[in-house]
Design a protein around this ligand. Sequence first.
Ligand code: NAP
Ligand code: 8YV
Length: 322
Amino acid sequence: MALADILMLGRMLPVVEETLASRFTVHKVGRDEVASLDPGLAARIAGVACGAHVPVDAPLIDRLPKLEIVANFGVGYDSVDAAHCASKGICVTNTPDVLSEEVADTALGLLLMTARELSAAERYLRAGNWVGKGPYPLTAGTLRGRKLGILGLGRIGKAIARRAEAFGMEIHYHGRSRQADVAYPYHPTLAGMAEACDTLMVVAPGGASTRGIVDAGVLKALGPQGIVINVGRGTVIDEPALVAALADGTILSAGLDVFAEEPKVPQALIDMERVVLLPHVGSASRHTRDAMGRLCAENLISWFETGQPVTPVAETPFERKV
Ligand code: NAP
Ligand code: 8YV
């Protein structure tokens, strides 16, 4: 017998679809069909499996009277109203740890590509310019001597720090609080960290508390050799301020995996030859996405079988009431 009725929001990986279909009655709903959800179906839904960045907001949550758990595919859950879920005793789960090393690899790749203009250099070769015009110009940027300020020294931030240390970089960090077991210099303000560093690694979550905190002042403090890398969420950076800082030389360059309004990317960034832009691929290997998918499904199964989620988010440390 099926454990419960589950709403699958948006497209999910085969590993999630197959695992859930073997244990639950699954109702697949596209992003655009959420608003017109049949009330009879809505009344039966006990769990939601949430595909990439599909919003689970208060109006949707309120239309599902039997909802017990929202299992988010991804460690970042800024698209789920976790505070509203908490107020209604609904558990939210995410997919931490299984992606940290993959995203840290991407972050370091992006930093190297940006500092040494590797995308532009490859385009130069493919365009025949090595033969036609000679060697690619020497890069203004280098990793040598850089001071890396990490905004969000959490699971992924620490995996990035380990790699950056091996590259000889000096590590600093900023978050809402100092971490007792961390020896890197802590900066109580983001602006203070930017003053002390020339390279900013953004790996903080999205949401209201981080919206636009990388602003014009922070960018100016990084200085003309400044490099900004963002593998956290696009909303953490004031995107127009970043475009302006890149255009007028306030900072040197940027490497971005995430954007404020994905999949839209400002044309001004696309037109900047030196900036490196990736389509949110931080965790996007088959290996790691499958691990995320398994964990997403395990949370639902564990909740309905044992009453315990595997990886609940901090706002909802709940057990199932039977
Ligand atoms: P985590 O372990 O929870 O770390 C988050 C860090 O951010 C913590 O150190 C936290 O420190 C800091 N932070 C939270 N709110 C803050 C605020 N308002 N101001 C300053 N710092 C704040 O999370 P994680 O597993 O490392 O993941 C981090 C984020 O990476 C995710 O939320 C997601 O948005 C993003 N991500 C992106 C990709 C990708 O494909 N590009 C993949 C995975 C994850 P304090 O608590 O001390 O403030
Ligand atoms: C995924 C992510 O790309 O886990 C996250 O927070 O941003 C990425 O791993 C995303 O969640 C699903 O597409």
